[in-house]
Design a protein around this ligand. Structure first.
Ligand SMILES: *Cc1c(COP(=O)(O)O)cnc(C)c1O
Length: 414
C-alpha cells in the first residue's frame, strides 16, 4: 500500500477536514510564531555563531557550543540554568537525574498526578527498592491520583504536604500512555500555587515530555523549579540524534549534572563530538515542528470522530501535549490503522506491524513507526496495547503533509 492507493473519496475527506480545521490550525500557527520568536531571541541574546557548532572531543572542557546551548535552554524556559546533553540516553535518564537532584535519604517524593510514566517506576523503586533506585537510597515515595475529572486533587495534595518529610512534588504534564488527559500549563500553575501556599521548602518538578512548545508558556513560567524532557521528542525538532534536557534552579541543575557524570565533574565535562549543530537547529525548528505534530493530531481526531470513533483530546479541545488517543473497540480496525501509519512512513514503509509480547508488558503491543531517528516520537508513530478497548496513541509528524498522508493511508487500510 502506498499513496497511489489513496482513493478520491479519502482525498475529498482530507480536503473537507482541512477546510473545517482552518481556525484550529490558525491558533496552532500563532502559538508556533510566538514560540519561534522566543527561541530566536534566545539564540541572538546568546550570540550564537559558527564557533558554537564545532564540537569537542575527550573530556570536552570549554565546549562553547554545549555551554551556550545550556544558556539558550535556560532563557527559553525562563530558568536560572539548564543541562542539555547527548550523554542523557533518553528522557527517563534526564528525569531520573532530576529526581535525584531534589531528594536526600529519609525524604519523600510526592507524585501528585498519579503514578509516574512507566519507565520511571523502576527508577523511583515503586514496590521494589532495587539497587540504585531512589527507594534503595532510602527516599520514600507517595502518590496522589488525579480526580475522575482529570483535575489534580488539591485538598489531598495540601493534606499530604503536612508531612514535613515531603521535599519534592512531581507532576506529569502529558497523558503519557494513559487514558488521563494532559494538564495545561495553567493547571500546573494552580498546583504550584497551592503547594507554595503551604510550603516554601519543597521542590516542584514537572515531567515535560511531549509538552514543550504546545502552549505559549512552560511549567517553569508558572512556578515549577525543574523540568525535564527528551530530545527525540518536541525540543529536538526531529533533528537531535539523541539526548535529554533539564532546566530549572541552578542548585538542582548542578546536582543533576553531578549525577549524570560524577561529583566534582558535573556539567563541565562531556564532549559534544559532532552533535551541536543538530541540537541547535533542532531547537530552532522545534516550535514549528511541534505545530506540525499538533495539526496532524487534530486532523486525525477530526477524521476519526467523523468515522464514529472516540478520541481524546477531541479535535476542538485545547492541547498541552502532542498525543492523540483513538479508541477502536475492534482488533482488526486497530491493526489496519497501525499498518496504514507504517505504510505512510518514509523509512521502513515496507514492513507490516504485528502485535507482539514485548518484554516488560503484560499484554501484546502493536507499534507503527518509521523514523529517521530510532524510536523518535516527534516523528509520526502510533502504538497501543492490543487488548480491549483497542486504544491507539498516535503522536508526531515532522511535516503536516506527511502526517496527513499517514492518516489518509490508515483510513485507506481500514
Ligand atoms: C517519553 C516519556 C518519558 C521518557 O521516555 P524515554 O523513552 O525514556 O525518552 C517520560 N515521561 C513521559 C510522560 C513521556 O512521554
Amino acid at each position: 500500500m502506498n499513496v497511489n492507493d489513496i482513493s478520491l473519496e479519502i482525498r475529498a475527506v482530507a480536503e473537507e477536514a482541512q477546510a473545517a480545521l482552518a481556525q484550529q490550525f490558525a491558533k496552532i500557527d500563532s502559538v508556533a510564531f510566538k514560540n519561534t520568536e522566543k527561541v530566536m531571541l534566545a539564540f541572538q541574546n546568546n550570540r550564537v555563531g559558527e564557533a558554537c557548532f564545532a564540537g569537542t572531543t575527550g573530556y570536552g572542557y570549554d565546549d562553547l557550543g554545549r555551554d551556550t546551548l545550556d544558556k539558550i535552554y535556560a532563557d527559553v524556559f525562563n530558568t536560572e540554568a539548564a543541562l542539555v546533553r547527548t550523554g542523557f540516553v533518553n528522557g527517563t535518564h534526564a528525569l531520573t537525574a532530576g529526581l535525584f537532584s531534589m531528594l536526600a535519604p529519609g525524604e519523600t517524593l510526592l507524585a501528585v498526578t498519579g503514578a509516574p510514566y512507566d519507565t520511571l517506576r523502576r527508577a523511583v523503586g515503586i514496590g521494589n527498592p532495587e539497587f540504585g533506585s531512589l527507594a534503595f537510597y532510602g527516599i520514600k515515595y507517595s502518590q496522589i491520583d488525579l480526580l475522575p475529572s482529570g483535575m489534580a486533587d488539591i485538598p489531598s495534595i495540601l493534606a499530604a504536604l503536612n508531612d514535613k518529610c515531603v521535599k519534592a512534588v512531581f507532576i506529569q504534564r502529558s497523558r503519557g500512555y494513559e487514558l488521563r488527559r494532559a494538564l495545561s500549563v495553567k493547571e500546573i500553575g494552580e498546583i504550584c500555587s497551592a503547594v507554595r501556599s503551604v510550603r516554601d521548602d519543597v521542590y516542584i518538578m514537572v515531567d515535560n515530555c511531549y509538552g514543550e512548545f504546545t502552549e505559549l508558556t512552560e511549567p517553569t513560567d508558572v512556578g515549577a523549579d525543574l523540568i525535564a524532557g527528551s530530545l527525540i521528542k518536541n525540543p529536538g525538532g526531529g533533528l537531535a540524534p539523541m539526548g535529554g534536557y533539564l532546566a530549572g534552579k541552578k542548585v538542582l541543575i548542578e546536582r543533576a549534572a553531578a549525577r549524570l557524570t560524577s561529583p566534582g565533574i558535573g556539567g563541565e565535562c562531556g564532549a559534544s563530538l559532532n552533535s551541536n549543530r543538530q541540537l541547535y537547529q533542532g531547537l530552532f525548528v522545534a516550535p514549528h515542528v511541534v505545530a506540525q505534530a499538533l495539526k496532524t493530531a487534530v486532523f486525525c481526531a477530526y477524521v476519526m470522530e467523523k468515522k464514529g470513533y472516540r478520541t481524546s483530546p477531541a479535535y476542538n479541545e485545547s492541547r498541552s501535549d502532542i498525543i492523540q488517543m483513538i479508541q477502536f473497540n475492534d482488533p482488526n480496525m486497530m491493526k489496519a490503522f497501525c499498518k496504514g501509519i507504517q505504510a505512510g512512513a518514509p523509512v521502513d514503509s515496507y514492513v507490516s506491524p504485528e502485535p507482539w509480547q514485548m518484554p516488560g508488558y503484560d499484554y501484546p503491543v502493536i507499534m507503527a513507526a518509521g523514523s529517521f531517528i530510532q524510536g523518535s516520537s516527534i516523528e509520526l508513530s502510533a502504538d497501543g496495547p492490543f487488548v480491549p478497548p483497542y486504544t491507539v496513541y498516535m503522536q508526531g509528524g515532522i511535516t503536516f503533509e506527511s502526517g496527513m498522508l499517514g492518516i489518509m493511508l490508515a483510513l485507506s487500510g481500514m
